[in-house]
Design a protein around this ligand. Structure first.
Ligand code: NAI
Ligand code: 13P
Length: 335
């Protein structure tokens, strides 16, 4: 029996993830209104019942209506914000005069805003004062979610009752949300794993072997935990679906855009050249330098994330960067 709360779900963002979440919400028994930036995506969904540009190969059910007008979200009971991190603040500011403050917002982007080095919940909360801000994150390739393959996510809400209600509203037989109140941990885990997935891609592209990938993933998780704890996140969240779970998926899964960016860089292709040929986001590209700034602000060491930032943004030599990482002074594993 579907939950009767949050019967009408608004989704802002018609990319792969917004579309997969629209399919999920519809399967959970919700009425769905999906805002997309590109008029051709709106038209494709409403007329051909597909999103050929961002999530080809899936039929979009009739219970999902696409729109180009954010004002059409005014009557929704909850809004999922599924735009790329660097656009989410601006889009949320456009929503402010349209959506009543009683409507909870669930942020689904995985990144950190560059301008103020702020996590997504703070950015969206500044833009939409008075709204309750939750995060949905975890190991979720859009393609697999769209196929209805089993998936578990973390839903972080400041208020447990809200988190529970949202989890019930979005659950399907194959989409299983767990709730927590650690919004910071979920926001940070999803952002940092993208940077580490690029590092794992570099390992792959440079043919450094499976040992190296396991080392990067594990020591990368130590970096995530260090910054997370310094910023008030809980270790149990970082070791959960939105942290370690998503890190494992993205570092190993061939569907990851971040990992494939890293593979290209490992093969000697410039990040800018690789990204110029794609319309989909690789959030870790933007997140890497911001993580570096946050690490400096909180005085924690994050050498793998710093190496990714240097490779992508400072033109660092790849083999010198790898050599320097391996040559760092030895230390205790827990230090
Ligand atoms: N694709 C996936 O498997 C998953 C993606 N995410 C996250 O969801 C967010 C969205 O990613 P995807 O849907 O995959 O994007 P995508 O790469 O499929 O498409 C890009 C999307 O960004 C939109 N966009 C670009 N500039 C915009 C702007 N200025 N204002 C509003 N919209 C704009 C485009 O219209 C399009 O909807 C990202 O933060 C991503 O990390 C999270 C979980 C899974
Ligand atoms: O966040 C994701 C899976 O959980 C998608 O990862 P990519 O953005 O690297 O494709």
């Amino acid at each position: 029996m579907p939950s009767s709360l949050y019967a009408h779900v608004g989704i802002v963002g018609g990319g792969a993830w917004g579309t997969a979440l629209a399919l999920t919400a519809q399967r959970a028994g919700r009425q769905v209104t999906l805002w997309a930036l590109e008029p051709e995506v709106v038209d494709d969904i409403n007329t051909a019942r597909r999103n050929q540009r961002y999530l080809p190969g899936h039929t979009i059910a009739a219970g999902i209506t696409a729109t180009s007008a954010l004002a059409d979200l005014a009557s929704c009971d909850v809004v999922l914000l599924v735009t790329p991190a660097q656009a989410s603040g601006a889009v949320a500011r456009q929503l402010a005069p349209l959506v009543p403050a009683t409507v909870p917002i669930v942020v689904c982007a995985k990144g950190i805003e560059a301008a103020a080095a702020k996590l997504m919940p703070a950015v969206v909360s500044d833009a939409l004062p008075g709204h309750s801000i939750s995060m949905l994150s975890g190991p979720t390739f859009a393609e697999e979610v769209a196929q209805g393959l089993p998936t578990a996510v973390t839903l972080a809400s400041p208020d447990r009752a809200l988190g529970e209600a949202l989890a019930h509203a979005l659950r399907t037989p194959t989409f299983r949300p767990y709730w927590t109140d650690d919004v910071t941990g979920v926001a940070l885990g999803g952002a940092i794993k993208n940077v580490l997935a690029i590092a794992c891609g570099v390992v792959e592209g440079r043919k450094l072997g499976d040992n190296a990938r396991a080392a990067v993933l594990t020591r990368g998780f130590a970096e995530m935990a260090r910054l997370g704890l310094a910023m008030g996140a809980r270790l149990e969240t970082l070791a959960g679906l939105a942290g370690l779970g998503d890190l494992t998926l993205t570092c190993n899964g061939p569907l990851s855009r971040n990992r494939s960016l890293g593979v290209a860089v490992g093969q000697g292709i410039k990040a800018a050249d690789f990204l110029a040929g794609r319309s989909s986001v690789a959030e870790g590209f933007h997140t890497a330098p911001i993580v570096q700034a946050l690490a400096a602000r909180h005085q924690v060491e994050m050498p793998i994330c710093a190496a990714v930032a240097a490779l992508l943004h400072d033109g660092a030599d790849i083999d010198d960067t790898i050599r320097a990482l391996l040559a760092r002074p030895l230390k205790g594993e827990g230090e």
